[in-house]
Write a protein that binds this ligand. Structure first.
Ligand code: NAD
Length: 510
């Protein structure tokens, strides 16, 4: 691992807020009861701000504002083109603030600055994409010749609760905000408590873009308080959630009472399968990026690398050498490739898996805190080889810069290993054999498959996992479907043939 020369300096962006508020009905407000929580930065692990901690009454106020804006406000009734103009102005504003957003995101999450920059552009793209989609949107009309015409009347659903994780906060928020708003819903966003900083920028961006008050509401707070109240609120019709599988299960149970629409993007332990006929150097580049980008805090990380035995030794040697050369350091240094993990609690979790891994595999690189970084939530890119499928580091999501390598001998064994976890989010397959690639892709239990590449996604494609990685798919028209009702309207042509109940004189039938 290479020391980054700037790791002793700790960059702090100018004009950081010392207090982060909710945004309800067009106003920045504190919690009704005044509750707050502390927000740390992952390099110094000291408190840089307090944030309002939302409770039931704050969620009630936000949902009331969203409901009023939905029932009586202009947003759900605007023409798609009018809403699209607002969405495009939002995208312009996000792009214009790219460097500010990136520095705040990096400060709050510990993501390397070069990778945070991409997040802002992707967030803007989400708004542009859904602006285009709603303008081009049309719905089905069906005809039964001479008898009936049916058409679909697509309508926004109401108040959408959006609950998001901390790994790429702003970008993941945009992913839900853009389709929810584009389709005419009003929203209450509950961002992750580890990283509330960038979410607070939305309010100003939305207000200046002309989004009516009450359409977007933001309540900060802990999952078990603010998140829980949002999920259980009877006037919230939809919950779009991204986070851990266990949290998703809790939300499913809690949403049952009020029968909400649910979209669940959950955890992963995705396989990266490398066959001997692949371009091994390209596979190594991709498999390194696939697990060590975003500090390994990536739901689609290819964190189990399965390699055909004839190239396994060569792969392990080259892969470990590169992992050792990854630049770990201050997230704000543009040379940094792996920054600091988001929070000391998460650091402890990842560090404990590194210790578990030492008895489950052969340590080839990393293995704990880098020597040149005695403070902050840093873990060296860690590579374990010869990991058996029963191992915890093979089965459980670590969500950090830790990877397990396992050899295989046949296609059947590779498939069995690939499918041998409870998760099914992504899979990466490296081979130059066309039929092997497609056969494997069709049999692997994963919501998304990349052949000879890492995670590069066209926004039109479905996004989502199978098994414990999620339920429902978003992406493109699937997001439009999730955030809208499709009401069927039936018109009968000509004479309606109706059985005439009660039209017969009972006396006459005797
Ligand atoms: P998390 O489940 O701990 O928290 C996610 C959000 O849920 C936070 O806002 C949290 O406050 C809230 N929450 C927690 N308990 C809640 C409850 N009882 N009711 C309502 N809300 C509650 O997840 P995390 O640690 O923030 O994020 C990491 C996880 O997210 C990983 O498992 C990762 O794989 C997953 N993730 C998945 C995707 C995907 O698209 N599949 C994308 C990114 C991250």
């Amino acid at each position: 691992m290479t020391a980054s020369p700037d790791t002793r300096t700790h960059y702090v962006p100018e004009d950081l807020p010392t207090h982060i508020q909710h945004y309800i009905d067009g106003e920045f407000v504190d919690s009704v009861g005044g509750a707050t929580f502390e927000v740390l930065d992952p390099v110094s692990n000291t408190t840089y701000a307090t944030a309002a901690a939302g409770q039931q009454e704050d969620i009630d106020a936000a949902v009331r504002a969203a409901r009023e804006a939905f029932t009586n406000g202009p947003w759900p009734r605007m023409k798609p083109r009018e809403r699209a103009r607002v969405l495009n102005r939002i995208a312009d504003a996000v792009e214009a603030q790219e460097s500010r957003l990136a520095e705040l995101e990096t400060f709050d999450t510990g993501l390397p600055i070069t990778q945070s920059r991409g997040q802002a552009l992707r967030a803007a793209e989400n708004f542009r994409f859904f602006a285009d989609l709603i303008v081009a949107q049309f719905d089905d009309a069906m005809k039964v010749p001479g008898a009936q015409i049916n058409y679909v009347n697509r309508k926004p659903i109401g108040v959408a609760g959006l609950i998001t994780p901390w790994n790429t906060p702003f970008m993941l928020e945009s992913w839900k905000l853009a389709p929810a708003l584009a389709t005419g819903n009003t929203v209450v966003l509950k961002p992750a408590e580890f990283t509330p900083l960038s979410a607070s920028l939305w309010a100003k961006i939305f207000r200046e873009a002309g989004l009516p008050d009450g359409v977007f509401n933001l309540v900060n707070g802990l999952g078990e308080d603010a998140g829980d109240a949002l999920v259980k609120h009877p006037d919230v019709q939809l919950i779009s959630f991204t986070g851990e599988t266990t949290t998703g299960q809790t939300i499913f149970r809690n949403a049952a009472q009020s029968l909400k629409g649910l979209s669940m993007e959950l955890g992963g332990k995705s396989p990266c399968v490398v066959f001997a006929d692949a371009d091994i150097d390209a596979a190594i580049d991709s498999a390194l990026f696939g697990v060590f980008s975003l500090n390994g805090e990536r739901c689609t990380a290819g964190s189990r690398i399965l390699v055909e035995r004839s190239v396994y030794a060569e792969f392990c040697e080259k892969y470990a050498a590169r992992a050792k050369s990854i630049v770990v350091g201050d997230p704000h240094d543009p040379r940094t490739e792996v920054g600091a993990l988001v929070h000391p609690e998460h650091f402890e979790k990842v560090a404990s898996y590194v210790e578990i891994g030492k008895s489950e595999g052969t340590l080839l690189a990393g293995g704990g805190r880098p020597e040149h970084l005695p403070h902050g939530n840093y873990i060296a890119p860690t590579v374990f080889a010869d990991v058996a499928p029963e191992a915890r580091i093979f089965q459980e999501e670590i969500f950090g810069p830790v990877v397990a390598l396992t050899p295989f001998d046949t296609d059947a064994e590779a498939l069995e290993l690939a499918n041998n976890t409870k998760y099914g989010l992504a899979a990466y397959i490296w081979t130059n054999d066309l039929s092997r690639a497609h056969t494997f892709a069709q049999n692997v239990e994963a919501g998304m498959v990349w052949l000879n590449s890492h995670n590069v996604r066209d926004l039109r494609t479905p996004f989502g996992g199978v098994k414990a990685s999620g339920l429902g798919h978003e992406g493109g028209y699937r997001s439009i479907d999730f955030y809208t009702d499709q009401q069927a309207v039936h018109i009968t042509l000509g004479t309606v043939h109706t059985p005439r109940f009660g039209a017969t004189d009972p006396a006459a039938t005797d």
